[in-house]
Design a protein around this ligand. Structure first.
Ligand code: ATP
Ligand code: MG
Length: 1047
């Protein structure tokens, strides 16, 4: 292998089978690789396998042969990628690999899909089981040759499901549009649930594991329509009827019957846990499965395949009887090595078994507990111990069940009908795949034997296909070596000495044991390269099968190989009143034997069956479907590489690959080859040669040999494609470097240009953006100014609208104030007038009173004068005392009156003086307050004038206010005038007051003068009184004197 640094390779891994890696260094035989998980591994270069890195990009190829490197890891990786995309089918040439999706994919299997694949050339549509079925059908119709589809794979890989899909497709394309429910197709399809009920059981690997092999043959008439069918079954697992391990189950039909309700009651059945054959494992139910519903399905299927209701009843009766039979227990009898029914419960079950088998209960008991040995002397009855009785019971159960199963298959075959005239058949084989467990027993031996047979058939076929391709392409193929497994088959089946023959021989000798069998085996095949003796066991043997070594344990080989029918069992069943039960054993009734046992070798019978099958298969054109179980957990999307790789090996897929590799694994059409490798010889490509010539020249140029040039394809030996690819990689590397160089220059130049353009575009954008921003700012400023203008205008307007209102309010207030002042003035004036009036009235009254008093005084004086004259006259006249006294009293009274009036006048004058001074002070205060108010008004007016002036400057219309204010000032000046007038009137009043005071003082002077005159009068009076005293006494004159003092 041509490895160099950077080569993509696969490196083996213990856990992941193969991991992708890249060569880091390659020195001699040793290579350093770096795995995808960045792990450095040192391996032998020859252990590495080439990896095609380009395939990482897509979801895998639908045909493995399209893989550039056809090796194990590439096959595995391709499957993994496809499985991740739910592409469960992949071709390897004509072989279909089907990965179990473990999920429902209804879109893959509907009528529409079947219609799509109907008649489509194989390989045109994506891989599908319908494509294989269609290919087989088309080949049969077109070539008139029988076909077979071999479905294999390990347990749970999906063989039965695939087989059902193939059957479904074949009945779809080859069926007739029948109205009858029981058409052949319908019956074939309905045979599946029926056989599954009786032949399938839960195992640790699969809930619906087929415990038998099945080959379904579809018979077609000349027009390609289904005319009949036949089912062949192989090797039913009989031991399961009587023995199961947890968590497995017995055959489904037992559980279905237990869940059947009325029928179960009829047969005195109950829950499965009550029956020994079912309760050895504690699993009674399956996930998502209803036993009661399945029971009805089984019944329906029985009806469809043509089983009468009596037979149906008999079938379920037999099943019930087997369950009751399993519950019969034995205890040691009185005699040595004898056994009897253990208890009442067992008796009941014995009774029920006999009843259900419709046979005699005593005969059943003796059949279970005794054996009749025929001797020359006669029959000897031998009692069986408990273990032997149990073995006899279980043997009876197994025999009846396996015969019932065979009867069912026969019934289906008879019902569906075998078309004897048909020469066209398609057989579908659903058979167990290669098995290798820790403990491998007889079953695994038989299964692996069958798989060896099928593998041989497969190898031959694949080899044949290869050969066909080579001869089609007219190439020399003589040196393709073909690995044959005939030696293993010889080891197993060759007569007279082979494993099966030796086993049969051992089984026929009663004294033989597994030890003697093993010894014989190794004695005969001591040097056989396919047989080995394990180190730690004397009796086990290891066979090197095509899929690997398997060690078989021989302990149970002999027992399991002995398929015998105890004559007593046979007789008992034949004595049954039930036709079906008796019919199950009728075929062997005639056979008689010296022994109580009739031996028949299971292995030999199976070998014959296989032989017949192989003959059938050899007469047909095979198609292969390899089912693969992607994981042991039965979970979708989980891909366990190691297990899958093992299955691919066992399924022969890798063998097919290997066969392919042994020949010319790589084949390319000339066009493809030149397209891919033409660049290795560009000069040749320039010439106008034939494609084949160009291909040859390219190969010669690279000094390759052993290749073959077919008619349409180039055939290359294993590894040659690697050389071509590595050369191509080198050329591509150089080209890539050159392209990279140019490309980088181009990219840098382009980047520079684009950067420059981008820069100028950016600048333009920036400038544009800046200009836009400036414009935006300007626009906003303008807008702001306009807005301000409008706002200011609005504010001015508002203020302007407010000013007149304010002025009017002011005016109204001032006017109100002025009017109020006016009003106050008027009130004051009126009050003043009133005061004046009162004052004047008072003054005039005072003056009047003064005058009156003066007049009175004058009058008094006058009267006094007159009185004096009178007095004088009287004095003169009255020299008489009485007349004088009277005159004097009169005068005194008058004097008193005058004195009183004078005093009153004085008091009035004093009070008038006080009132006048109070009034004057009040008027002064009022005058002062008026002056102050006037000043305040002046100030306010000045302010207003100022404001008005300001306002007038702003608004010319404030002139009115000014005018009003001027008017106010005029009114104030009027007020001032009025004030002055008032001052004048006050002065006049004061002057009047002064004149009145003067008058008063004058009056006082006059009064003083009058008083002086009075005093003078008094003096004169006192003189007179003295004179009177002198006349009338001193006291009278004294009184007159006091009265005058008071005045
Ligand atoms: N094509 C499929 N689509 C969906 N599910 C599938 C498909 N094939 C198989 N399965 C699932 O896998 C389970 C096991 O499949 P199947 O019974 O066909 O296995 P098998 O190979 O016949 O096993 P055995 O050898 O034990 O009989 C089925 O019950 C089903 O759930
Ligand atoms: Mg199956």
């Amino acid at each position: 292998m041509n490895l160099r640094r950077g080569s993509k390779v696969w490196v083996e891994d213990r856990n992941l089978a193969w991991v992708a890696a890249e060569v880091d260094d390659c020195v001699g035989k040793q290579a350093q690789v770096i795995t995808t998980s960045d792990k450095k591994v040192s391996v032998l270069a020859k252990k590495l396998l080439l990896r095609y890195a380009d395939e990482d990009d897509h979801g895998g190829v639908d045909d493995m042969t399209k893989l550039t490197y056809l090796n194990e890891p590439e096959v595995l990786y391709n499957l993994e990628r496809r499985y991740a995309l739910n592409e469960i089918y992949t071709y390897t040439g004509n072989i279909l690999i089907a990965l179990n999706p473990f999920a429902k994919l209804p879109h893959l299997y509907n009528i529409h899909m079947m219609e799509q694949y109907k008649g489509a050339p194989f390989g045109e549509l994506s891989p599908h089981v319908f494509a294989v079925a269609d290919a087989s059908y088309r080949a049969m119709v077109n070539e008139g040759k029988s076909q077979s589809v071999l479905v294999s794979g390990e347990s749970g890989a999906g063989k039965t499901e695939t087989t059902k899909l193939i059957m479904q497709y074949l009945t779809y394309v080859g069926g007739r549009t029948a109205r009858d429910e029981r058409t052949v197709e319908q019956q074939i399809l309905e045979s599946n649930p029926l056989l599954e009920a009786f032949g399938n059981a839960r195992t640790i690997r699969n809930d619906n594991s087929s415990r038998f092999g099945k080959f379904v043959e579809f018979h077609f008439n000349g027009t390609g329509r289904i005319s009949g069918a036949a089912i062949r079954t192989y090797l039913l697992e009989r031991s399961r009827v009587v023995q199961i391990t947890n968590p497995e189950r017995n055959y489904h039909c037992f559980y279905q019957l237990c869940a059947s309700g009325q029928d179960a009651e009829k047969y005195k059945l109950g829950h499965p846990s009550h029956f020994h054959y079912l309760n050895q494992s504690k699993i009674y139910e399956l996930d998502g499965v209803s036993s009661a519903e399945d029971y009805l399905k089984t019944r329906r299927a029985m009806k469809t395949v043509g089983i009468s209701s009596e037979d149906q009843e008999a079938i379920f009766r037999i099943l019930a009887a087997i369950l009751h039979l399993g519950n019969i227990e034995f205890s040691p009898g009185k005699e040595h090595d004898s056994s009897i029914i253990k208890d009442q419960k067992s008796s009941f079950h014995l009774q029920m078994t006999a009843e259900l088998f419709k046979c005699d209960v005593n005969q059943l008991l003796s059949t279970l507990c005794t054996r009749t040995i025929q001797t020359r002397e006669g029959n000897i009855v031998k009692a069986l111990d408990c273990n032997a009785a149990v073995a006899s019971r279980d043997a009876l159960a197994k025999t009846i069940y396996s015969r019932l199963f065979d009867w069912l298959v026969d019934k289906i075959n008879n019902s569906v009908g075998h078309d004897q005239n048909s020469h066209l058949q398609i057989g579908v084989l659903d058979i167990y795949g290669f098995e290798c467990f820790d403990n491998n027993s007889f079953e695994q031996f038989c299964i692996n034997f069958a798989n060896e047979k099928l593998q041989q058939h497969f190898n031959e076929h694949v080899f044949k296909m290869e050969q066909e391709e080579y001869s089609r392409e007219e190439i020399n193929w003589s040196y393709i070596d073909f690995v044959d497994n005939q030696d293993v088959l010889d080891l197993i089946e060759k007569r007279p000495i082979g494993i099966v023959a030796l086993l049969d021989e051992a089984c026929m000798f009663p004294r033989s044991t597994h030890r003697t069998f093993s010894a014989k085996l190794f004695q005969h095949f001591s040097s056989h390269r396919r047989l080995e003796k394990p180190k730690f066991s004397e009796t086990d043997f290891t066979v090197s099968h095509y899929a690997g070594k398997v060690t078989y344990r021989t302990e149970t080989f002999l027992d399991k190989n002995r398929d015998y029918v105890v004559v007593e069992h046979c007789n008992l069943m034949l004595s049954s009143k039930c036709c079906l039960v008796a019919g199950l054993f009728s075929s062997i009734s005639e056979e008689s034997s010296r022994s109580s046992y009739k031996f028949s070798s299971v292995a030999s019978r199976f070998k014959q069956q296989l032989q017949a099958l192989m003959e059938t298969l050899n007469s047909t054109q095979p198609h292969y479907v390899r089912c693969v179980k992607p994981n042991s957990l039965n979970r979708s999307k989980k891909f366990e590489k190691l297990s899958i790789l093992q299955q691919l090996r066992c399924g022969g897929v890798l063998e097919a690959v290997r066969i392919s590799l042994a020949g010319y694994p790589t084949r390319r059409s000339y066009a493809e080859f030149i397209d891919r490798y033409g660049l290795l010889a560009p000069k040749i490509m320039d010439g106008s040669y034939d494609e084949k010539v160009i291909a040859e020249m390219i190969l010669q140029k690279l000094k390759l040999d052993n290749y073959q040039l077919g008619i349409t394809k180039v055939f290359l030996r294993a590894g040659q494609i690697g050389i071509l690819d590595s050369q191509r990689a080198e050329v591509l590397d150089d080209a890539a470097k050159c392209i990279q160089r140019r490309h980088r220059t181009f990219i840098i130049w382009r980047d520079f240009k684009s950067t420059r353009i981008a820069a100028s575009v950016l600048q333009a954008y920036c400038r544009g953006s800046l200009a836009r921003n400036i414009y935006e700012v300007k626009r906003k400023t303008e807008a702001a100014i306009v807005m301000q203008k409008y706002v200011r205008g609005w504010l001015r307007r508002c203020a302007y609208l407010m000013l007149p209102t304010a002025a009017i309010t002011l005016q109204s207030n001032i006017r109100g104030f002025a009017i109020y002042d006016n009003f106050l003035c008027i009130r004051r004036q009126e009050a003043a007038i009133l005061i004046q009036a009162r004052w004047r009235m008072c003054k005039y009254r005072l003056a009047f009173r003064n005058r009156q008093a003066s007049i009175i005084v004058i009058q008094c004086l006058w009267r006094k004068k007159l009185a004096k004259r009178v007095l004088n006259r009287l004095k003169q006249e009255a020299n008489e005392a009485g007349a004088l006294r009277l005159a004097k009293n009169k005068l005194e009274k008058q004097l008193d009156d005058v004195t009183l009036r004078l005093q009153l006048e004085k008091r009035l004058r004093a009070s008038n003086e006080d009132a006048k001074s109070v009034e004057i002070s009040k008027l002064r205060k009022k005058l002062e307050s008026l002056i102050l108010e006037l000043d305040a008004a002046k100030l306010a007016t000045i302010n207003e004038i100022n404001k008005n002036a300001v306002l007038q400057n702003r608004l010319e219309l404030s002139s009115k206010e000014k005018y009003a204010l001027e008017r106010e000032i005029i009114s104030i000046s009027e007020l001032k005038k009025e004030n002055a007038h008032l001052k004048g009137s006050r002065d006049a009043l004061e002057r009047k007051n002064v004149s009145l005071e003067l008058a008063l003082t004058k009056t006082q002077k006059e009064s003083i003068d009058a008083i002086e005159k009075l005093q003078e009068v008094e003096q004169k009076n006192s003189e007179l009184q003295e004179n009177v005293k002198r006349f009338y006494g001193f006291s009278l004159w004294n009184c007159v004197f006091i009265g005058l003092n008071n005045l």
